[in-house]
Design a binder for this molecule. Structure first.
Ligand SMILES: Nc1nc2c(ncn2[C@@H]2O[C@H](COP(=O)(O)OP(=O)(O)OP(=O)(O)O)[C@@H](O)[C@H]2O)c(=O)[nH]1
Ligand SMILES: [Mg+2]
Ligand SMILES: [Zn+2]
Length: 360
């Protein structure tokens, strides 16, 4: 449904083009295979799907909780509690059927309930590798603009790789990443300096960094401004206990979301949030709160494509002696040389290696 797609400035790196090209190629191959194999029968069915989509009324998924979807209808603004209809159709393949932020068509069954008939193609998405062995993508949120990657200043396991994983996922899903260091009230000036150094590279790559406290309110105006600008929809993502729901409550100005204390010994969260909600902010824009994640696996990326999602690598790639180069061990690798000469941040390179390893 192209009409529902927002036009947006693309920040996708050059490898996207390659990836898109590959995908298209795959589709063409699939079409070719169908010729003369009796699979032409597929075609009338596609037409049937297209006409079905005109059925029902348009709306947006604003809450997701264990198979139950709250859909706000576009025309009336009323919210229906929906389930998915048997035979539901979707414009997205091999992924979560319905996610928070999805544009859907529903058939009301009474004043308060309905059935989701169709899910429209997502303009953007935050995807991760689904848990377990099943190879499907789990979409955490659809059609947002900003990915707020939340980390907590008081976590001893504050790791850069999680930020870099989120950045790769954001670029894959056409989202703009923003790094948010929350709980800055817990840090003394010395720790604040260490934290600032730790994340100093990101603004140089074009990814804003905000240091703030959802508890004290320090630094919150900048976040409000960022979301209000362009009336963005921002999605809160991060490990359990980093303060996502507290941030949402602070930005809404109420106690909409339940929060809970982190464990005393390791400051880890207790997975308080189990649903996802999308809410309007009084200061402009919209915010999505999501359940905390334990591990964030990248979905749908070949290891050799990863370098295209590290923007600062791009200017060096062509100068590697071996092409293709994985930048892990090859001699005369321009990326590794750039790390050694200080042109590429060593922490970013360490993340690259760690993510590369996990993609194999
Ligand atoms: N000191 C301090 N504590 C905070 C801040 N933000 C959140 N907290 C506390 O951190 C704990 C966890 O906050 P939540 O908002 O529940 O964390 P969450 O990220 O939503 O966690 P899940 O829902 O489990 O994913 C709560 O006790 C909050 O009060 C902050 O800025 N400073
Ligand atoms: Mg929460
Ligand atoms: Zn290389």
């Amino acid at each position: 449904m192209p009409a529902q797609r927002r036009t947006r400035q693309s920040n996708r790196p050059h490898r996207d083009w390659v990836k898109g090209e590959r995908k298209r190629q795959r589709n063409v191959d699939a079409d070719d295979e169908r010729v003369g194999t009796g699979h032409e029968a597929m075609r009338p069915r596609e037409i049937a799907i297209a006409s079905q989509t005109a059925e029902g009324v348009g709306g947006e998924v604003i809450q997701v909780r264990s198979g139950q979807y709250h859909v706000q209808l576009r025309d009336s603004g009323t919210t229906l509690v929906c389930r998915t209809k048997r035979g539901i159709t979707t414009d997205n393949s091999n992924t979560t059927l319905v996610a928070i932020g999805d544009h859907v068509r529903v058939r009301p069954t009474n004043d308060t309930e309905g059935m989701i008939l169709h899910v429209a193609e997502r303009a953007t998405w935050l995807g991760r590798k689904g848990a377990g062995q099943r190879s499907t993508e789990q979409v955490i949120a659809a059609n947002a603009d900003l990915l707020l990657c939340i980390v907590a200043a008081d976590r001893p396991d504050f790791r850069r790789t999680i930020i870099d994983r989120f950045i790769v996922a954001a670029l894959l899903g056409k989202l703009h990443p923003v790094i948010v260091v929350n709980k800055i009230d817990t840090a003394n000036p010395e720790i604040r300096e260490i934290l600032a150094d730790e994340v100093a590279v990101y603004p140089t790559l074009g990814y804003p960094v905000l240091h703030l406290s959802a508890e004290s309110g320090e630094g919150m105006e900048l976040l409000q401004e960022l979301i209000a600008k362009n009336r963005s929809t921002a999605v809160l993502a991060g490990q359990s206990g980093v303060g996502k729901s507290t941030l949402m409550n602070r930005l809404i100005g109420g106690e909409l979301r339940r929060t809970a204390e982190v464990r005393h010994n390791d400051r880890r969260g207790v997975h308080t949030t189990v649903d996802s909600v999308l809410h309007l902010l009084p200061t402009g824009g919209r915010l999505i709160d999501t359940p905390g994640i334990r591990e964030f696996g990248i979905w749908d990326l070949q290891p050799e494509e990863l370098d295209g999602y590290f923007t600062e690598f791009l200017e060096h790639l062509r100068n590697c002696r071996y092409l293709p180069c994985t930048h892990t061990h090859e001699p005369n690798c321009a990326v590794r040389n750039a790390v050694e000469s200080g042109m590429i941040d060593p922490g970013r390179y360490a993340s690259y290696l760690s993510i590369f390893d996990s993609l194999r």
